[in-house]
Design a protein around this ligand. Structure first.
Ligand SMILES: [Zn+2]
Length: 302
């Protein structure tokens, strides 16, 4: 089974969270306190879709079913067979950015695209490394190495996906050539033609596009990435806040890669904390899932 658009939407909008449900058990009349794991909307203030939850009594073990909804960050729930029972919940705690269940779920998915599968796998490995070394500070060499590798993985995903999109159909090659500011103006020399005379013209053109994308384009330049995807009619970001946070991350990448974690005045940048890196990996994943979502949608509509 491959991932469908609806699954991706759900992944983009949710994160695992946990809360304790407190209620007087209608069977044993004891006070029950039971851990509940829920999907939590992270990007919107709107209530979550109702989630079917099975809740057992912590005292007698009896299981109850009900629908749980998260409204403005607070869980609300009624038991299906005992609607008069009042449930209260402790404040929802979002799982730290490493939930093993969530990681296994993502990594075991049968992704349609091997590019996305490899991106999810690589970001998962980076999260493993961070989780195993949570004590490193925001200026540590370990975290800076992870951070720059995060960008390598993200850039590879953006480049590979764009290459696939361009070569997916001849019409895309035409559109891309006509609208790419540099390729559009590219001239071919007679010597070049002579040298490549045995090659079909289309292959020759493709090799130039390929070289431009693979060797000449910097995919951490996010406004540029947006422009390139836009040529083929695709958006890269579904959310301005997400875009702003990744633009900022791209600046931090610059401090990290070119100045060993110092800003242009030579001050130490200590922003590469565990929490920040985990959040940024999630932001990159949301972008990747959104692009995949858009590609699936376009395929369905064509
Ligand atoms: Zn009970």
């Amino acid at each position: 089974m491959g991932m469908v658009e609806a699954d991706i939407e759900k992944l983009m909008e949710t994160k695992w969270g946990r809360t304790y449900a407190n209620f007087t058990c209608p069977v044993c009349n004891q006070l029950s306190e039971e851990l509940v794991k829920v999907f939590m909307p992270t990007r919107y203030e709107t209530p979550s879709k109702p989630q079917e939850i099975a809740l057992s009594c912590s005292e007698c073990g009896k299981e109850f079913n009900g629908q749980l909804t998260v409204i403005e960050g607070h869980p609300k729930m009624k038991l299906a067979d005992h609607p008069s029972v009042d449930l209260s919940f402790t404040p929802l705690v979002l799982d730290d950015y490493y939930s093993e269940e969530y990681e296994m779920f993502l990594r075991n998915f049968d992704w349609r695209s091997s590019t996305l599968a490899s991106f999810i796998g690589a970001t998962g490995e980076l999260k493993d490394l961070l989780r195993d070394n949570p004590e490193n500070g925001g200026a540590s060499i370990f975290n800076k190495m992870i951070f720059s590798q995060m960008f390598s993985v993200f850039e590879a995903f953006l480049a590979d996906t764009l290459v696939h999109l361009i070569f997916d159909r001849q019409k895309n090659i035409e559109v891309f050539l006509n609208k790419h500011d540099k390729l559009q103006k590219q001239k071919v020399s007679l010597c070049d033609l002579l040298e490549n005379q045995s090659q079909p013209v289309l292959d020759y053109i493709k090799s130039h596009i390929f070289k431009e994308i693979r060797e000449e384009t910097l995919f951490h330049n996010l406004p540029k990435v947006e422009r390139l995807y836009a040529i083929l009619g695709y958006k890269v970001f579904n959310d301005d806040r997400l875009k702003d946070s990744l633009m900022k991350a791209s600046d931090l990448r610059h401090h990290c890669v070119h100045r060993n974690g110092h800003d242009m005045h030579g001050n130490v940048v200590d922003a590469y904390t565990y929490e920040y890196l985990m959040t940024t990996i999630e932001a990159m994943r949301v972008v990747a899932l959104f692009i995949e979502h858009e590609i699936l949608r376009a395929k369905r509509e064509n």
